[in-house]
Design a protein around this ligand. Structure first.
Ligand code: WT7
Length: 631
């Protein structure tokens, strides 16, 4: 059960073993879980199709490993602490037994609504305990959950429902986020106008808003759990059965459904959670992410529960009612391990030190970051003011597609170097490739970050389109999984992640494809064409800079900007709002019609003096116009 490595020496030995004998290495770890039927084979793989199978022949249910197996020893231990948006409201604490009962009960409710193994269920909910229950209840009966972050718009949700051909949506009347409230059910209703697959909508009553309930389709959560049993046998799942789909953006097209499967994801979620955070039995662990992202899946729901840990869940935002909220919660619940995003650290840092200095934070032992490269200044602030120089910071690099943390320190056991994620976890074999696709073996070199051997929680496919999975991740370099990131290996072999090398923008740790935002903007009737790039942003890491061609130059640019922003918010959600919109009469294109984003990026970064060669452009004059109109 305790999967922890306890020193850097042990790490080095384990790492070597994991590369030499990966199957034996993972077999030992997998053995510590409960299997309905033991697997026949640890690993089968090739990266061409790609086809990756872990623990095949095995049967299990992840919720049995999250809940049932803890009941004997940890039945009365807290599984979950929930802190509401409003600090004056009551917080919630559930033991493992209570969570187990609620999950079983809701699993039975899902069954009563005709949800079957393999059915896709969209979950669009606030950060409340019932969200965790909904996720686990799906897993209990073998339904495939797809959580959609409750900041996405109706149109973004409709795309996901359609792609997943979801049968059920679980939502609430609305949600609280800081001073704002969002009418989730209304957004679901709007999304469902264009979706035919959904038969049932289950609505949790969060705000007593009495939303419109469509007869024959919409049912209340509190009604469907009424007359069902508190025991629900866990559905035995094949190791490679789908556990969940999570949509994420890529450099082209609409967001794709990243598919994770039961056994491999389970093994790696627990292994990485325990090792990176070095969690001890009595620790209170808090990850501030939303369950709508992979961080929430692996390190709020599954990793902590698989490890029998106590995990805190927070409904609100870091700045409500004031920018001391995170630290107030840490002190209130004696949080030992705290995991957040660089963008949150920078935002709080900008609010002044007083908000953090008024809290003791003496329970903290390990700090973590995730989502984007952390800059030195934010790292130092976090280390000094939050960690009081006593806490190691684990800078965890990973992706929706990797399912779990890939490169990171292991609590206090690894050497720490600000802005460096560090060393790969045991079982993870990173590689840097050069322009020609050749692996760089030396240190102090920079290249495209790839992974050359499978790991248990890796992406299996993109839902409904395996070819896309192959093209996006396995076709750039034969025999390698390509991450889309650039990285540098220092003289000691530590990795420093530089950032995306594809057309993906990372805004506050959230991923958007440039094409996705352009497609959204282009639906505005004023817009003829657009090009979007990222630029460095003090708080968000990257901001969105849009170059837009309108059918005629807007006479009231502010009005036009407002209208275009509104379109993006409608198509994707508030989180994708472009920060800057520059109206242009043309875009720098090559003779073959390809937009030269390199130039647009330089202008957006304020480095118009470093444009490089523009001689291959169809219309070099347009560059002068763009440079002089830059915002
Ligand atoms: C992309 C993945 C994994 C959960 C959060 C985001 C960037 C993530 C780090 C880090 C530098 C990081 C990468 C990666 N990223 N963590 N510690 N240092 N960059 O998941 O939405 O799938 O995004 O986030 O660019 O490719 P995601």
């Amino acid at each position: 059960m305790d999967l922890r490595i306890k020193s850097f020496e042990e790490y080095k030995a384990k790492y070597a073993q994991s590369v030499e004998k990966p199957e034996q290495f993972w077999d030992e770890i997998a053995n510590s879980f409960n299997w309905v039927k033991k697997y026949d084979k640890v690993l089968d793989w090739e990266f061409e199709t790609p086809k990756v199978e872990w623990f095949s022949g095995g049967k299990l249910n992840i919720t049995e490993n999250c809940l049932d197996r803890h009941l004997a020893k940890r039945g009365n231990k807290l599984a979950l602490i929930w802190e509401p948006n409003d600090p004056k409201e009551r917080f919630v604490r559930w033991t493992y037994r209570e969570l187990y009962e609620k999950v079983c009960q809701f699993a039975n409710a899902l069954k009563s609504q005709n949800v079957k193994k393999g059915d896709r269920v969209i979950i669009y909910m606030p950060m409340i305990p019932e969200l965790k229950v909904a996720v686990l209840a799906c897993a209990r009966i073998g339904a495939v959950h797809s959580v959609v972050f409750a900041g996405f718009s109706a149109s973004a949700m409709a795309d996901r429902i359609e792609d997943a051909k979801a049968k059920v949506v679980i939502t609430s009347d609305g949600l609280n986020r800081g001073t704002k409230q969002i009418p989730l059910k209304r957004i679901v209703d709007e999304a469902l106008e264009s979706c035919s697959s959904v038969e049932t909508v289950i609505v949790y009553d969060c705000l007593s808003w009495l939303p419109n309930m469509k007869p024959g389709r919409d049912v209340w959560w509190h009604d469907v759990i009424k007359d069902v049993a508190l025991e629900c046998p866990a559905e035995p799942m094949d190791a490679e059965d789908m556990l969940f789909i999570l949509y994420t953006s890529g450099s082209t097209g609409k967001p794709k459904g990243v598919v994770h499967t039961c056994a491999g994801y389970m093994v790696y979620a627990a292994y990485s959670f325990q090792n990176v955070f070095q969690v001890e039995e009595s620790d209170i662990y808090w990850c501030t992410a939303d369950i709508g992202w992979i961080t929430g899946h692996t390190y709020i729901v599954y990793g902590p529960l698989l490890s029998g840990a106590t995990s805190l869940m927070f409904e609100g935002v870091p700045t409500y009612p004031d920018p001391g909220r995170f630290w107030q919660i840490c002190d209130k619940h004696s949080v030992n391990i705290f995991y957040t995003a660089p963008t949150a650290i920078r935002a709080l840092m900008a609010c002044g030190d007083d908000h953090v200095l008024s809290y003791s934070l003496d329970s903290l032992k390990v700090l973590g970051t995730v989502g984007e490269p952390i800059n030195e200044e934010a790292w130092q602030w976090y280390h000094l003011h939050v960690g009081k120089r006593n806490c190691p910071i684990v800078d965890t690099w990973w992706q929706t597609e990797t399912g779990g943390i890939m490169i990171s320190g292991l609590g206090a056991h690894s050497p720490m170097h600000p802005t460096h994620a560090g060393y790969p976890l045991p079982g993870i074999q990173p590689a840097l490739l050069n322009q020609e696709g050749k692996e760089i073996l030396e240190n102090e070199e920079e290249g495209y970050l790839c992974i050359k051997f499978p790991w248990p929680s890796m992406i299996r496919t993109t839902y409904g389109d395996h070819e896309r999975c192959k093209n996006v991740y396995f076709s750039h370099y034969d025999g390698y999984y390509f991450t889309g990131d650039g990285a540098k290996r220092d003289k000691d072999g530590m990795y420093r992640i530089i950032g995306r090398v594809d057309d993906v923008i990372n805004v506050s740790g959230h991923r958007f494809g440039t094409a996705e935002i352009e497609d959204a903007m282009n639906t505005n009737p004023m817009v003829v064409e657009s090009a979007v790039v990222g630029y460095p942003h003090d708080i968000k890491g990257q901001g969105i800079y849009a170059y837009v061609i309108c059918n005629e130059m807007p006479t009231d640019p502010d009005f036009a900007r407002g209208s275009i922003i509104e379109t993006v918010v409608e198509q994707i959600g508030k989180i994708a709002k472009p920060e800057k919109i520059q109206f242009v009469s043309g875009l720098p294109k090559t003779r073959s019609g390809k937009i030269m984003r390199r130039i647009l990026r330089k202008v957006a970064e304020g480095e118009a003096d470093k444009l490089g060669d523009t001689s291959t452009l169809l219309d070099p004059d347009i560059v002068d116009e763009i440079v002089s109109g830059a915002i």
